[in-house]
Design a protein around this ligand. Structure first.
Ligand code: DI6
Ligand code: FE
Length: 401
């Protein structure tokens, strides 16, 4: 079916940057954008349907390129502890933190994990998400990591959203390997990654490079194995301290390095050269009351692509709104609303290795877009969350949400 969508303005992100067509029209067929341009120039194609978008602003479907949406339990008790002055690192040292979510995730059935994750993903979808990345990393043994990744895949099958899975087995030390981090890394490389990749459960491989997690040398072993398996890598880097994980990620042509508050200018240069996207996570910055800002000027000066994501997770960013992250990216990190929008569309797609097919409104790309009843694109970053009136089109078909 060929559809002509008209009476709208489009923030297209075409050509790799924020760009706008006033009074636009879009022709979709077979799930793709067949044509987009000014309404006056619509080519004479036989259309089956014409949709009047009522003067809406059309953007690409929003993409959340960094989430931990599948997990058991929650950590609101730790939130209360932190409000009383206990630090994230102290809670982790007492057996809380990631370890407590690992216990809850291991204890939950696949159906239980699916039910709780579905609610969170549906909450995110109310902001116009058409694509989401979901990491494992709260299982830390083969069966539990598999369970998480299967739940992530199933979310993509049962909800009208594209899901990209990332194996984050190197998120924290599995309790069975206490005091033997190198052995756990060997287990990941020799057993977990090959098995999960063979089962088709892994689109990318991630790790947490930090003093309270894994060293650059340990991360590098995971990257080498991922490369052997033909899987792209990503990295949690420079969130709490500077270990130059982002430069390591760039050396392995990582799709993205994420967090980055403590990165240096040299890291930014390395990322720019490699085309590694900087994924900023203002929800975690806010929730941990961090004060060290990511080096926005260096990222801009060296032309690093900047994405924004929710980091939805129970410990450091229980964020159920990607649009709230747009606001935080602007307010906390001084991004412009245009940069923020590019960060949840075009650059988020690149951070998932989907830049050729997603993230902008251009001929030949998938027809995933949102028609927002707003006056200006900046309105998307202006409101602090909440739901905005909109129509969601996925693969050329309007879906209710
Ligand atoms: N960085 C984070 O902010 C989350 N993981 C990571 O590597 C925290 C995950 C958690 O506390 O459960
Ligand atoms: Fe994360």
């Amino acid at each position: 079916m060929r559809t002509l969508w008209q009476h709208c303005h489009a923030a297209t992100m075409a050509g790799g940057r924020y760009s706008v067509i006033e009074d636009a029209a879009i022709v979709t067929s077979a799930g793709l954008i067949e044509w987009i341009g000014p309404r006056d120039d619509v080519p004479p194609l036989a259309t089956d349907r014409i949709v009047d978008l009522g003067g809406a602003w059309v953007t690409p479907g929003l993409i959340d390129c960094h989430t931990h949406a599948v997990f058991g339990g929650n950590r609101s008790g730790e939130f209360e502890q932190r409000l009383q002055g206990v630090s994230y690192a102290e809670i982790a040292a007492q057996g809380g933190g990631i370890a407590s979510t690992v216990r809850a995730t291991r204890a939950a059935s696949e159906d239980e994990l699916f039910a709780s994750a579905r609610q969170r993903v549906q909450a995110l979808m109310r902001d116009g998400l058409t694509c989401i990345e979901i990491k494992s990393g709260y299982g830390l043994d083969l069966a539990s990591e598999r369970k998480m990744l299967r739940v992530a895949r199933r979310l993509g099958e049962e909800l009208p959203i594209s899901v990209r899975t990332t194996c984050l087995a190197a998120h924290a030390l599995a309790p069975e390997y206490a005091g033997r981090a190198d052995d756990y890394i060997s287990h990941i490389c020799d057993q977990m990654l090959p098995a999960l990749a063979a089962e088709g459960l892994v689109d990318a491989v991630d790790a947490f490079c930090e003093h309270l997690a894994f060293s650059p040398a340990q991360v590098e072993r995971v990257f080498i194995k991922a490369q052997e398996l033909g899987l792209p890598v990503k990295l949690h880097a420079e969130q709490l301290s500077s270990l130059h994980g982002s430069s390591l990620a760039a050396r392995y042509q990582a799709l993205s390095a994420d967090h980055l508050e403590f990165m240096t200018e040299e890291d930014a240069i390395a990322m720019a050269r490699a085309g590694t996207v900087a994924v900023l996570l203002p929800g975690a910055f806010y929730f941990l009351r961090e004060t060290q800002l990511p080096p926005m000027d260096a990222l801009r000066r060296h032309g690093v692509k900047i994405a924004l994501a929710s980091d939805l997770n129970p410990g450091t960013s229980p964020g159920l709104s990607l649009r709230l992250m747009l606001n935080m990216g602007c307010t906390l990190f001084r991004m412009t609303p245009e940069e923020a929008l590019a960060g949840v569309t075009l650059h988020a797609a690149t951070a998932l290795g989907m830049g050729d097919s997603h993230g902008s409104l251009e001929q030949g790309k998938v027809a995933d877009f949102i028609a927002w009843q707003i006056d200006r694109p900046a309105d998307l970053a202006y409101w602090l969350g909440g739901e905005l009136p909109k129509r969601v089109v996925r693969l050329g078909h309007e879906i209710s949400n």
